[in-house]
Design a protein around this ligand. Structure first.
Ligand code: PLP
Length: 412
């Protein structure tokens, strides 16, 4: 019998080292292996407790193993799992209705991830450009430091060359401008552009909010040139900024909006939202994916949306944002040799490290984890905080206490 098929694989001990032995080394996960979690509490293989201020990179916004979501998923799992696109299903129809009623959009396309949502948006924009201006209207403008996913198209559109190195040749006709630079936008967005893609708040690029004037200028330039404005809200959407979607806080409406991450709270789903007119660009057979709009994913997303898109829920996100910001600003004041300033929006916040700690955000992350607090980094100079949106004031205070212990240790 093939040793690999030995049934003991289901019971044999696995450790962090197993990762190196059986998985493609695309990640360098932490030394501890989480085994269970509830809300913002998480435990590793050794039973050690952590307070999770990452929510799986801005995904589990309603907390781990949220009982309402578990109930909805279990109910659907006992009803109908999967069909394929030859049939539609009730959960996806309800989710489409809910998302279009809650946003500018009139049509939704469902897929499985943020990269796929952006891939769909960019393909739609290219096809729309071809229809309007032929091959000549195909250029895509994006921002440096942006992140839009890891397919070859989305990683090329993303503004971080470290992610494309070695994967050349890249898709052509993609240009990058400095984020929040209106002059650069004016120079780049001309009649040959089919799409401008931007994160209203850059997440991976360092937790940098877009200036309202910049996003407004992108809207105007797109209107003037007939380019489509794509807001990538994969990380900053679904309540994270205190609005259901960040565009609603800015009062600037895109032509296409992409969502994923928190949309499924950890159950994989992505969505591209757009107008009825633009949706008609993608006719039957022009784009698709086997699992998009699967009843299980759609049920979870519908339940997430129903929970988050409530005035009281969003008001609490804003309140918690104020509490977390104040806590982090207190740390910057008390540990100026390590931390310098706080930026971000809602519950997507970044603490910029002080000059002496430039390039070492990971060390701060590791020190916090050793004390029992999970945080993220956004590049080498920013420690990123993206707790579940249900975070309590007591949990924010506890995170502050743990961070002080960790920072005291780093100060030496
Ligand atoms: C703004 C943004 N867009 C797209 C993506 C890609 O999403 P996924 O990893 O689900 O493909 C991410 C992931 O971090 C993101 O932050």
């Amino acid at each position: 019998m093939n040793a690999k098929l030995d049934s003991s694989v289901t019971t044999r001990p696995v450790t962090r080292q197993t990762f190196d032995e059986v998985l493609v080394p695309t990640y360098a996960p932490a030394a501890m292996v989480p085994v269970r979690a509830s809300g913002l509490d998480l435990w590793d293989q050794n039973g050690k407790h952590y307070l999770d201020f990452t929510s799986g990179i801005a995904v589990a916004s309603l907390g781990h193993c949220n009982p309402v979501l578990v109930e909805a998923l279990t109910r659907q799992a006992n009803t109908l799992w999967h069909l394929g696109n030859g049939y539609t299903n009730e959960p996806v129809l309800r989710l489409g209705m809910a998302l279009t009623e809650a946003t500018f959009a009139e049509r939704a396309f469902f897929c499985n991830s943020g990269a796929e949502a952006n891939e769909a948006a960019l393909k739609l924009a290219r096809k729309h450009g071809h229809a309007k201006g032929g091959e000549g209207k195909s250029r895509i403008v994006s921002c440096f430091s942006s992140f839009h996913g890891r397919t070859l198209f989305t990683v090329s559109v993303g503004g971080q060359s470290k992610y494309t190195e070695g994967f050349e040749p890249l898709p052509p006709a993609i240009d990058h401008i400095e984020y929040n630079n209106i002059e650069a936008a004016r120079a780049a967005i001309t009649d040959d552009v089919c799409a401008v893609i931007v994160e209203p708040v850059q997440g991976e690029g360092g937790v940098v909010p877009g200036d309202k004037a910049f996003l407004q200028a992108l809207r105007e330039l797109c209107d003037q040139t007939g380019a489509l404005l794509i807001f990538d809200e994969v990380q900053c959407g679904m309540g994270r900024t205190g609005h259901l979607f960040a565009y609603q806080g800015y009062g600037i409406t895109p032509d296409i909006l992409t969502s994923a991450k928190a949309l499924g709270n950890g159950y994989p789903i992505g969505a591209m939202l757009t107008t009825a007119e633009l949706a008609a660009t993608l006719s039957v057979g022009s784009h698709g994916t086997t699992y998009g709009g699967n009843p299980l994913a759609a049920t979870v997303a519908l339940t997430v949306l129903d929970t988050i898109n409530q005035p009281a829920f969003l008001a609490r996100v804003n309140e918690a944002s104020g509490t977390l910001t104040a806590m982090l600003e207190g740390l910057c004041k008390d540990y100026p040799e390590i931390l310098s300033s706080v930026r971000g929006s809602g519950l997507l916040l970044g603490v910029v490290v002080a000059d002496a700690w430039k390039g070492k955000s990971k060390d701060i992350q590791k020190a916090a984890e050793a004390e029992g607090l999970m945080v993220l980094i956004a590049g080498t100079d920013v420690v990123r905080f993206a707790p579940a949106l249900i975070v309590s004031d007591a949990q924010i205070a506890e995170a502050g206490r743990i961070l002080r212990v960790a920072l005291d240790g780093l100060k030496g």
